[in-house]
Ligand binder design. Structure first.
Ligand SMILES: [Zn+2]
Length: 551
């Protein structure tokens, strides 16, 4: 389950006790054993947290493939079981293409200097004096004054200051900008692989304190400077695992669960703040849903009702922002018009034995869900809580956005969420068995119903958490790798829609705050309060435009 969206609160508007039996039949014991085996394997340290595009993901996808095969499914992707997709992994310095020479000696990358992630990529030579800023040569800029004079200024943004200095310098003829810091104030400048700022007009380097003392001692001296910067985009490949149960029916049902997790937290989505590098096993998030998916595949293969085909998808890249499911709906292996509904299971392994709360999302995405979920389920036990929205913190959102009715099963948040302590021994296996049986009973009931109608719901939009007093009412596209925030959905009657923002627009600036990434979009939002009005700059296609938003 992804972190940012989870902050949006669930609206719970109904409770209903539903069944959960205590005594286990033989068939139930088989399911229970299956769940235990799958979760124990998928959440083993050997898989190193199943981070998308890593060897741990490969071990997990091998396991799921085998289980799908044993369940009697057919390969469901083009040419096999796996559907690969690209994940943009940020920027990296190309070492062989990056050089910095002063008076004939080459400085050491990282130890002495590094380019900033938004540096222009080219070679520059010149003979500047450190203290002189002249047309046609690289400029040296000391950050001392800016840092010292803003020490007690909580609004000071060094990054913004540097960007401004670069633009000014370039417009006055600087061919490169070389920053250094002669003050005692720490600047915490580093090469940020996740930076999405627009590329600077000139190459931009930062010289470390040690190298400054060695090479830039004499401010009046003229230096022979040679600069070359090369930065490339890093990519890794995630894989959805897809199995198909072809019953020769006209319509198909999609069942899904993501199997990727956080690895060691490299992507910055961990809640763990300790100093050690620890494996995030993700037993509940979402080995539990993956295990449920495998067990449902076995059950449905044995089932005799042939009214539907069933497509089982174990998604990857979910934790990075629904990458796998988004890729799937854009590259479907069945005609999405023939898909009647989608069920997503994410974090179904921590049913609370005292509250018995099971949350079901997507309740509002079809008028059929209400009567179906209101039916008493034999042998009481669950307390059902409903969330009407079709979009939420997991993969069903991608299908809802293609106008497919969805249901989302979730046993609730807990203190091990996105931490290295989400381990297999904390799973409530009997509780998960009950969830699997409940989902199975619903799927069986649905098999004899007519095609479900789709209804649009209120959106759980990002920025809906208590941290913000205002929101724009957009769903951001987490998979967008360009500069800005790409809009993946606009809520009705909210500020963005009223200002004319449409799906596909890329937000570039909010008020005076440039927006290059989701992070600084969130920061920018935090500066406004209800009643404020702000200029919003955005890109639609190749055109840049402006509008006024009223919060
Ligand atoms: Zn998660």
């Amino acid at each position: 389950m992804i972190q940012r969206l989870l902050l949006a609160s669930l609206i719970l508007f109904a409770c209903l006790p539903v069944g959960l039996s205590q005594k286990l039949k033989k068939a139930d014991k088989v399911i229970l054993q299956g769940l235990e085996t799958h979760i124990r394997y998928l959440a083993d340290d050997k898989l190193e947290g199943r981070r998308a595009g890593t060897p741990g993901e490969k071990l997990a996808s091998d396991y799921i493939t085998l289980e799908f095969m044993h369940a009697g499914l057919q390969p469901g992707a083009a040419g096999g079981w796996l559907q690969p997709f690209d994940i943009n992994d940020g920027k990296q310095i190309n070492r062989s293409g990056t050089r910095f020479e002063i008076n004939g000696s080459e400085l050491q990358l990282e130890k002495d200097y590094f380019p900033l992630a938004y540096s222009a990529l080219r070679s520059v030579e010149g003979s500047p004096a450190i203290a002189l800023q002249e047309n046609g040569v690289p400029w040296f800029i000391d950050l001392k004054e800016a840092l010292d004079s803003n020490q007690n200024n909580p609004h000071f943004d060094l990054e913004q200051e540097m960007q401004q200095r670069i633009t000014e310098s370039a417009s006055h003829g600087a061919t490169a900008v070389i920053f250094f810091n002669s003050s005692r104030t720490a600047d915490n400048i580093s090469f940020n692989p996740k930076d999405k700022s627009p590329v600077a007009p000139v190459p931009v380097l930062y010289v470390t304190a040690a190298a400054r003392k060695k090479y830039l001692k004499d401010e009046s001296a003229s230096l022979e400077v040679k600069i070359k910067v090369d930065i490339t985009e890093k990519k890794r490949t995630g894989h959805n695992v897809i199995g198909y149960l072809n019953n020769g029916a006209a319509a198909t049902v999609i069942l899904g669960a993501h199997y990727d997790h956080l690895g060691y937290g490299e992507d910055g989505n961990s809640m763990y703040r300790g100093p050690e590098k620890l494996i995030h096993n993700g037993a509940d998030d979402n080995a539990s849903g993956t295990a449920a998916l495998i067990e449902l595949a076995k059950l449905l293969e044995k089932n005799r009702s042939k009214n539907y085909n069933y497509l089982f998808i174990a998604f990857s890249g979910e934790e990075l922002g629904l990458f796998g499911s988004k890729y799937y709906v854009d590259h479907p292996t069945v005609d999405l018009k023939q898909v009647d509904y989608m069920i997503n299971m994410d974090m179904v392994g921590r049913l609370n034995d005292s509250t018995h709360v099971l949350t079901i999302g997507g309740y509002g995405t079809s008028p059929a869900w209400g009567p179906l979920l209101a039916r008493p389920y034999p042998a009481g036990g669950f307390v059902l809580k409903y969330d009407s929205s079709g979009s939420g913190p997991s993969d069903h959102t991608s299908f809802y956005r293609k106008d497919i009715p969805v249901l989302f099963f979730f046993t609730g948040i807990h203190s091990d969420y996105h931490k290295p302590t989400d381990d297999y021994e904390k799973i409530n296996y009997n509780g998960e068995l009950a969830v699997v049986k409940y989902m199975y009973s619903l799927i069986q009931e649905l098999a004899s119903m007519n095609k479900l109608a789709f209804t649009r719901t209120r959106e759980n939009t990002s920025g809906g958490s208590a941290r913000f007093s205002v929101t724009l009412g957009i769903m951001p596209d987490y998979t967008f790798s360009g500069t800005g925030v790409r809009v993946d959905g606009v809520s009705d009657s909210r500020p963005a829609q009223k200002a004319g923002i449409k799906t596909g627009d890329v937000i570039l600036q909010l008020g005076e705050y440039p927006v290059s990434s989701l992070d600084n979009y969130m920061q920018a939002l935090g500066k406004f309060k209800k009643g404020d009005s702000a200029k919003l700059k955005y890109k639609r296609g190749t055109e840049t435009a402006e509008t006024q938003v009223q919060f």
